[in-house]
Design a protein around this ligand. Sequence first.
Ligand code: SF4
Length: 671
Amino acid sequence: MRGYCGKILEVDLTNKTCREYKIKDEVYENLLSGASLGAWWCSRRIPAGADPLGPENVLCITSGTLTSTGSVITGRWMAVTKSPATGGIGEANCGGTFAPYIKACGYDLIAFVGKSETPVYLYCDNNGPVIKDASHIWGKDTAVAEQMLIDENTVEGKKKPAACVIGPGGEKLSWMAGICNDNGRIAARQGVGAVMGSKMLKGIVLAGTKSVSGYNPAEIKKYSKISASRINAVMLPPEVPAGLLHLGKILPELQMSPDGIFTAVLMGTWGTGGASSFAAQTGEAPIKNWGGSQKEDFSAWKCNKVDGSQMLRLQTNRYYCYSCVYGCGGEIDISKIKHNDQGYKKVHKPEYESQWDFTGFLLNTDNDAMLFINEYCNRMGIDTISTGGAVGMAIEAYENGLLSKEDFGGLEMTWGNADSIIKFVKMIANREGIGDTFADGCKKATEILGPEFGKYGVQGGGTEPPMHDSRPDPQQALHYAFDATPSRHTSGGSLYYGCMHLWKKVSWAPPAVLIGSKEGEWKNYDEESLKVLANQYYKRLADAAGGCYFGFITGVANYPLFEWLSAATGWDRTPDDWMVVGHRITTMRQLFNIKHGIDPWSFRPHGRMIGEPPLKVGKVAGKTVPIDPMLRAAWKNAGWNEETGVPTQETIEKLGLDRLLNAPLEEFVYG
Ligand code: SF4
């Protein structure tokens, strides 16, 4: 085997039929599998103009080429579809233990088309797929529904199945809804859970046991050993005081990008949440719905009060996703926190995004409220980033007199009001009262409420941005605008690029400035855009492989993605060759958006994300990102029209996309 199964399962939920497609090697040679196979299948199967919540949309659930081959930190699964939030290609990925089960059933990808009349779930094992009734779990929260599906499909003496599910958020078609597995891990972004809900598909239960291998298992193992030993060598013992983390604040002051391996020190010890105080004090973390600053609104004292490292006092154990040697996750016991009216006990600790979204971003200093909201959103199956953005918009609308206490059903929607924030999150998740207006995100809420609300509805291309301020990092801003799935922090940024050290293996990737002023970096649009393209193409490869972002930002020496891919597929390719695959995938995703009527300029970020106008105080004061010339430079260097963002015919043909996207499907399938 070459890391992939060579098969796609398509489930038609209207007609309750399943069909297996054997896919020719040509597709994998050009695109690998994982998210890119999902984008290809969506490109091939979703007609232009299809309603994202209609039966014509296709939801792809997929795992990567490297998953289950013996490589490490490569166990993510991906959901790919047409997004209701952006109108273009939608994508979200997730860790936990679910990914290997897709390939263990014999498939690289399971696609869902059509729409069931009643709630159903898919069960699949070595004997093939069965569509089953899910009426009894419709309405249940994600943790309960997942456990029920696992329990009722567990056969004594056999391996336990794995499941992913939507929560009430997905059932209610919230454009913020995601898909959950492993008791609260979530593929959260761009409304992939709403698409699943629109098909009345509550869950997917996988119980296959088929084995998967790469072309050269010994070579894969060799690189896995190197990766694991390097990462484990820098892990700190658990008794290291959280306060040590604050030393990290010195690095940006010294204008230094750390070697990527240091991200393993940070994340392995404290998890992503450990970065919040650091992020706030360096200007990385947006404050007060992107309108405030630490200087005026959220002092260092308040930051320290809600720093993510505080939650470690509740941590009972570290958590590792499938094939991870890193373990940035952790389980915490929140049974005794305030606000816990749902009786939650042992849960996943919040990631940095959720942690900051519900503290500094909303000027909230009540950590317990944040912990409760994080778990509540996971149980309802909605994205914490988008929910936090919607709450920020609602608070500003209230504070500025556009919405009243009556509009919020009696809630005083003031900054930092933990009780009101919790109640409003519940209204969003349940589509109650004005919560219904915000349940599809800031862009939709602005369309409903009126253009005067747009100032407070911070989004780019229909996606609420994460907790990474792009004003001090124009690379980040360019990723937000350039990516076909806009406003996602997992696309890249200068900090990440500095950690990856791609220039050591990719001939055309410009080196990052590691020490010294970075001011000059973003004035050279051409060079800066090449860094963003290198980061984008590499990320596409990682998503095709099933790689985890926190693995590959340890740097190419510590996370040998290129070498693993060559060993798994048996194809003798250089890093430059692999980056052509990344370019192809990036261009294919852009073509999906063009086909569905997206103007690439419409992904230009909200003014607040790019300093239009600039803030007057704080770390990002006076900064405006020259996004337009940067975007043009990126499009030009990607071989796309620099004025429109549409890939040129020459680029399409050079990358072989004219054939991959337009030749009859029969030419790519057999059997
Ligand atoms: S680094 Fe964290 S998110 Fe990534 S695979 Fe490991 S535990 Fe999961």
